[in-house]
Design a protein around this ligand. Structure first.
Ligand code: A3P
Length: 320
């Protein structure tokens, strides 16, 4: 890896100095890139594994909470729920930087092996970069993918990196970030290629990949939490439905509830020796269409045009 890094295409980074292009996508060296390569070569999937796959800023934090709460709903009382004390990130390991959980990567491999099944992982890794042993139709692994309108993703990412970037990296104007985003140069970008990888795979293997939209979950959470529950093998019983279990989970995981918890207001989430982010930065507005407050008409048209070109013939439309 150390040998190939100097040969990789390099661009201005959003949070750190640079992004490097590897297998067609842009990654932060070295933390994220090392983690992705670790995943490609050392991760041994289990048929029961469930991955929450997202591009950054598409609602990963929210869906971590929803999946964890749905999966474990019989294990915890709502009044005393670990989401309230540990928060979504602490309960849902992030695979991309798992290698950094320990000082030695061999220990990270052992720790992955010791996690009880079903293991829940979040990841931003593009579908094409997952090992075949996870994406093969016969592997049994399942993916929940969250897609969000790219205009909201861009605005969310710009605010996030402005708050989270290290002091050594100079600030990035909205215009500069916009150019990079449109050219596909953003963390784990191009955004459109990331989405299309999972979208196409979900058409080929709908039982393996559940493709959801942030906007749909916002518009009709009851329907989509039910779908999520069925997909992860934990459908709500008629009795649970009658007792309002779906609505309780939606309330527990709501932006208002999670963003006001002490655990999410203070402290930082350390992903690797280089990457630590204030937990509060994962909560901004949690709305659909906030891009209208920041993008000019021309910017919006440009993103829409890229979306039309990229998604042409795919059958996918972004949520609005
Ligand atoms: P905004 O910046 O548009 O507010 P990620 O978790 O993938 O980093 O995504 C962060 C985005 O999801 C932010 O969007 C954040 O506010 C929003 N978000 C976080 N928790 C949420 C929740 N419980 N419900 C809805 N949106 C949420």
């Amino acid at each position: 890896m150390r040998d190939i890094i100097p040969t990789l295409p390099k661009e201005r980074g959003w949070m750190f100095e640079h992004l490097l292009q590897y297998n067609g996508f842009w990654f932060t060296p070295t933390s994220i890139l090392d983690g992705v390569i670790f995943l490609q070569h050392h991760f041994k999937p289990r048929p029961t594994d469930i991955f929450l796959a997202t591009s950054p800023k598409t609602g990963s934090t929210w869906f971590k909470a929803l999946i964890f709460a749905t999966m474990n709903r019989t294990n915890f009382e709502l009044s005393n729920h670990p989401l309230l004390t540990t928060g979504p990130h602490g309960l849902f390991p992030f695979l991309d930087t798992y290698i950094f959980q320990n000082d030695h990567y061999q220990d990270s491999i052992s720790s992955l092996k010791s996690l009880p099944s079903p293991r829940l992982f979040s990841t931003h890794v593009p579908y094409s970069m997952f090992p075949d042993s996870a994406t093969d139709a016969s592997s049994g692994c399942r993916f929940v993918y969250i897609c969000r309108n790219p205009k909201d993703v861009f605005v969310s990412m710009w605010f996030f990196v402005n708050k989270s970037r290290t002091k050594e990296v100079s600030p990035m104007s909205l215009e500069e970030a916009f150019e990079l985003f449109c050219r596909g140069v953003s963390p784990y970008g191009p955004y459109w290629d990331h989405v299309l990888g999972y979208w196409k795979a979900s058409l080929e293997s709908p039982n393996k990949i559940l493709f959801l939209k942030y906007e749909d979950m916002k518009n009709d959470p009851v329907v989509h939490v039910r779908r999520l529950a069925e997909f992860i093998g934990k459908p709500f019983s008629a009795e649970e439905e009658r007792n309002g279990a779906v609505e309780e989970i939606i309330r527990l995981c709501s932006f208002e509830n999670l963003s006001n918890l002490e655990i999410n207001k203070n402290g930082a989430e350390r992903f690797s020796p280089e990457i630590a982010v204030d937990k509060s930065n994962f909560f901004r507005k949690g709305q659909v269409g906030d891009w209208k407050n920041y993008l000019t008409e021309e910017m919006a048209k440009r993103i829409d045009q890229i979306s039309d070109d990229k998604l042409y013939g795919s059958g996918l439309k972004f949520g609005t």
